[in-house]
Write a protein that binds this ligand. Sequence first.
Ligand code: SAH
Length: 215
Amino acid sequence: MEDNYRHKGLRKKLVNEIRKKGILDEQILNAFMAIPRHLFLDSGFLEFAYEDKPFPIGSGQTISQPYTVAFQTQLLDIRPGSKILEIGTGSGYQACILAELGADVYTIERQKKLFEKTKKFLSRFPYDLHLFQGDGFKGVPQHAPYDGIIITAAAPEIPQDLVDQLQIGGVLVIPLGEGSVQTMLRIVKQEDGSLQRQQFGGFRFVPMLRDSGND
Ligand code: SAH
């Protein structure tokens, strides 16, 4: 599928909408302008691609709502070259936003089928993304430490393995909670290993799961 002037116009409207909702970082808004979100949805769903809503991407999973992607990205404080680990690759959209901001992106997806589909799809983008299939609760220790870790599924707890893989001063962005609404937390790892937490509003995510990923 192509990316034409009509798509760009729809994207501009979406960017204005998330700006109105409080995302003011121009670099993040530019990244949203740069990434054609309609390509991440199955064709035929163009009309939904530029609404500020989550959308099913197959295998029972969703591409997060654009505002949520922007909000979590803002909490990460990305600088060019920041080494970021994403838990829950899903469609790959969030990973591309991070890469467009200049981050060095590591991302892990639990579901094998979705992982394979997304891996193939992402090869059309110019980003050098590091993709892994496996259990995000365990992180990707072989490439640690990370400047930031972003969890894009509802986490039942703060995974200790992920805290261990964070740099001192590094940021963990985590939607925490098992109910239908999660609390967004921004956690900074201190020099003495303790965690400084800041709490944000409620968001809805699909659950972070522990089993094998063959579903
Ligand atoms: N970041 C994604 C949105 C993902 S939805 C995007 O931009 O499209 C959450 C994703 O987390 C789903 O794809 C789900 O399969 C994945 N997931 C759930 N539990 C996981 C785990 N333990 N490890 C890695 N990925 C997990």
